[in-house]
Design a protein around this ligand. Structure first.
Ligand code: SF4
Ligand code: SF4
Ligand code: FES
Length: 313
């Protein structure tokens, strides 16, 4: 079967902008996209440039955009991809400067990883009893499975608009060490993740979870880091307050009370309170603010769930 592969070619040294080029390969049984690209490079166009090494979805080198999604080329069965999308279009991963064709500059990715202290920090004389390590692997929630392929950062909507955002891979890596009882840098690492470009900048679009080839589920690790931050006392930011007050309102009233939450969030800050009054009036006029004293059906059941959860913690 003859398959057309359209590659977004680009060499910034000579080309004004990227352009598509069609290649044709004879797709053998079980052929992967990477095997096809290697065949094209060997037989048709030696200038075609991409990274690859293990050919087994282990090294993370061959990540590229395939039909608009971030994929490891060695994990893409050519025929199935064609059947599913009706075409094979390949290009470099998004959110990264292109060096040539599918090869992108990875410096910013590694800087982000380095910024989270991605290793165990130990202290001499501070032994951790073996007992404390029981269940460690489960508690890492797959965060240790990352192969640094950059699919998540490339798909991240937050990184797209804020290039400084630490991003899903680095934050998942941070969680990997926060969850490890042997690590002695829990507080400084968490502290470094507060503020702009840190854990609160994730907009929970779930794209990083969808594209990760190793099921690291970076967004879930970010949510865990947020929880650990609040538990460690980093609760003054607007985002942390939103979570704690939101939970408080629901646990007391059995539902979100749009009248009460903004008041609790801005309590003690007169200027902030003044700023939200016009929005509050608009919401009231559109019937979006519940009567503060109206009891919702099922409230006691919700309270009971929160009480049970508090006890179980
Ligand atoms: S869930 Fe958060 S970290 Fe993941 S891709 Fe979306 S914005 Fe980025
Ligand atoms: S978290 Fe997943 S998608 Fe992101 S770099 Fe690691 S393996 Fe790749
Ligand atoms: S070549 Fe190693 S992951 Fe694809």
């Amino acid at each position: 079967m003859r398959v057309k592969i359209t590659v977004k070619k680009f060499n910034p040294d000579v080309d004004q902008k990227p352009y598509p080029r069609d290649y044709f390969v004879e797709a053998g049984r079980g052929m992967t996209l990477l095997s096809a690209l290697l065949a094209i490079k060997a037989e048709t166009d030696g200038t075609l440039t991409f990274r690859a090494s293990c050919r087994a979805a282990i090294c993370g080198s061959c990540l590229m955009q395939v039909n608009g999604s971030q994929k490891l080329a060695c994990k893409v069965p050519l025929k199935e991809e064609l059947e599913h999308h009706g075409k094979i279009e390949v290009g470099p991963m998004a959110n990264m400067p292109v060096i040539k064709d599918m090869v992108v500059k990875m410096d910013s990715f590694w800087e982000k990883i380095r910024a989270v202290t991605p290793y165990l920090v130990t202290q001499e004389g501070k032994e951790v009893p073996t007992e404390a390590l029981k269940g460690l692997h489960e508690n890492l929630h797959n965060a240790d499975g990352c192969i640094m392929c950059m699919a998540c950062l490339s798909a991240c909507t937050s990184a797209e608009v804020s290039p400084g955002f630490l991003g899903p891979a680095a934050l998942a890596k941070a969680y990997r060490f926060q969850a490890d009882p042997r690590d002695q840098a829990h507080v400084p690492r968490l502290e470094a993740l507060q503020g702009p470009n840190g854990i609160w900048d994730c907009v929970r679009c779930v794209f990083c979870v969808q594209v990760c080839p190793k099921d690291v589920r970076p967004m879930e690790q970010i949510v865990r880091l947020r929880r650990l931050s609040i538990d460690a006392g980093f609760s003054d930011s607007v985002e942390a307050k939103h979570i704690t007050e939101f939970t408080k309102v629901v646990s007391e009233e059995g539902r979100l009370n749009e009248t009460k939450l903004p008041i609790l969030m801005t309590w003690g800050n007169f200027r902030k309170m003044l700023r939200i009054i016009p929005l509050g009036i608009k919401m009231f006029l559109h019937g979006k603010t519940p009567f503060p004293f109206k009891r919702v059906p099922g409230r006691d059941e919700i309270r009971a769930i929160f009480k049970y959860w508090e006890k179980a913690k």
